[in-house]
Design a binder for this molecule. Sequence first.
Ligand code: HEC
Length: 240
Amino acid sequence: MTERFWCWTNRPAGLALSLILGAGIFMADFGLEDVQADVKSAPGDALEVLKENAGSTDLGQEGVTLQTMPFFLDKEVKKAAGQLLPATRLHIKLREGDWLLATVEGWQQAGQGSVIYGAKGQRILTAIMAKPTIEHATTGEPEVEEITGQTWMPVALDIWLPVKNVTGDIAPVWQYASSLYQNDCASCHTAHSPGHFTANQWIGQLKSMERFSQLDKEQNRLVLKFLQYHAKDGVNASGH
Ligand code: HEC
């Protein structure tokens, strides 16, 4: 408790220090030995660079969203059919000028049709569909989860989206998210390694820290997703 009290009283200094340190975090591990203090750029710059280069890089077949953004069912009809969350992976089928036709895949819980989650039973926000969009999604065989008794099914949806804010590689996105996490969440206490909690537990953990955190809404979404994908039961848990 005394340590936390110390953190409180020293918050400005602690934050400044961790901003400098955090920018150099190497994301494989979260121990101090991996802190490289020689990278001095603020983490926000890393996202700006990714955004500036988005669209101009050759995307290949995989894309990753850099921010919350609308998607469309038809590129001529400019009425959003839903929203993609940041760090959502896309399978790109076609590029036409500044537009992409892509498939977004994930899992849906029976009775909660509008949300596409990243993995079965894990509330990792991937996309939110507007009500009329739901019927355009293709769902697979429902599966009942033993522990929770919930029914989940795989889901896929073909969407159009502007190529702006879509990048080709998820690694720099996770790196950016990791530096946000370290800068903010290690300023008062040691930041838990993402593998400390399950993907669903991280939702509540992050929520309970909202009153302390300086992350804005969008940063918070990205950090949550980073933690969930690298969680104890996350798909990237064994590596990054
Ligand atoms: C301003 C200081 C401060 C910041 C910034 C902060 N925390 Fe905390 N954190 C605390 C305090 C104080 C506690 C213990 C009291 C409580 O739980 O409310 C705590 C507790 C926790 C716990 C529970 C620890 C356990 O072992 O049960 C977790 C997890 C956590 N913080 C994660 C985070 C994350 C993630 C962030 C970044 C979004 C963050 N914290 C940012 C002050 C902070």
